[in-house]
Ligand binder design. Sequence first.
Ligand SMILES: Cc1cc2nc3c(=O)[nH]c(=O)nc-3n(C[C@H](O)[C@H](O)[C@H](O)COP(=O)(O)OP(=O)(O)OC[C@H]3O[C@@H](n4cnc5c(N)ncnc54)[C@H](O)[C@@H]3O)c2cc1C
Length: 349
Amino acid sequence: MNETAAAAIQTECLIVGAGPVGLFAVFELGLLGMKCEIVDSLAHPGGQCTELYPDKPIYDIPALPVCGAQELIDRLLEQIKPFHAGFHLGQEVSAVARQASGRFTVETAAGTRFDAGSVIIAGGLGSFQPRRLLVPDAERFEGTQLHYRVQRAEEFHDRDVLVAGGGDSALDWVLEFCGKARSVSLVHRRAEFRAQPASVARMKALAAEGRIRFHEGTIQSLASSDGRLSGATILRTDKSTVEVGCELVLACFGLHPKLGPIANWGLALEKKALKVDTERFQTSEPGIFAIGDINTYPGKKKLILSGFHEAALAAFGVQHYVYPAKRQFLQYTTTSPVMRERLGVAPPQ
Ligand SMILES: Cc1cc2nc3c(=O)[nH]c(=O)nc-3n(C[C@H](O)[C@H](O)[C@H](O)COP(=O)(O)OP(=O)(O)OC[C@H]3O[C@@H](n4cnc5c(N)ncnc54)[C@H](O)[C@@H]3O)c2cc1C
């Protein structure tokens, strides 16, 4: 093993994506006695369930007549507790490379490195990326004066801040910055908001008191002075424009999934999905498996139920790849003492 691999986090399996299917893979690997690390570009586990429809009910999870999407994720997190997976959230897996030994070096954009015996890609529709502000020169200020997420709220204190967007994030930050920032302006393309009614009511009350300013319209352009962002021109819905002085812009336009780096790992793709076999859900690269919405095979259906089945078979595939000499046999959690021990429950009577 080379020096860089020695410095990396060792694991039998690295899972890319902490959506429902990636989380269930932790469970299936755990039942087979394997420990894993799991990485997601989002700051929280749950994938589409948490990001896109947390409050919606799901009706097609076996034995759960109805289950909220976030509730499903909470239940999965509870179910995988005995297996102590290492979570690495808010990090996008940027590179996967095979080592001469057949193990894999996996890197995240944040610089975390893994030396993994196998890889399961459960990347769903791709990693969620912020929708960007599409005006000339915006990229010049990204990361310095134009932000898509708040890393340190204090950086916005005592500054002239322009928040863009009409969802919960935009409203929450407007309310948070009010009284702490030097000035707070909100711009949203229409008068209706997709945020908690209480937050909308509070924002409107603050605007009526003159403590924040609300502009119905869109950012048309950014202004700069000596290379620093100094303001924005807002095109109002009535077609008039208004100049807003600001040092920081926080654009909360939501997130959209992007296949991103997964497309560059040399794996066979079909219509932006990873081709797999249906015995082990292995990709074109031995030792790299793909489960859930990210994969494709004849008859594929993008359902959580299908992803759970794929996770179970991929776990056996991982075990065979990492421990080829190990004899595989099916055990039931009901009756297997070793599985009960792994689950931390009492042995069968
Ligand atoms: C509104 C809506 C309703 C739905 N209702 C149902 C339903 O009733 N029943 C049903 O079965 N299905 C339903 N679905 C579909 C279901 O949500 C998906 O099938 C399921 O989420 C797929 O799970 P997954 O774990 O494969 O992927 P996702 O849930 O998409 O999770 C993938 C995760 O991988 C991460 N990721 C991707 N690339 C990287 C990378 N390079 N580095 C780090 N992280 C990465 C992403 O950030 C994401 O968190 C619904 C979907 C939507 C949008």
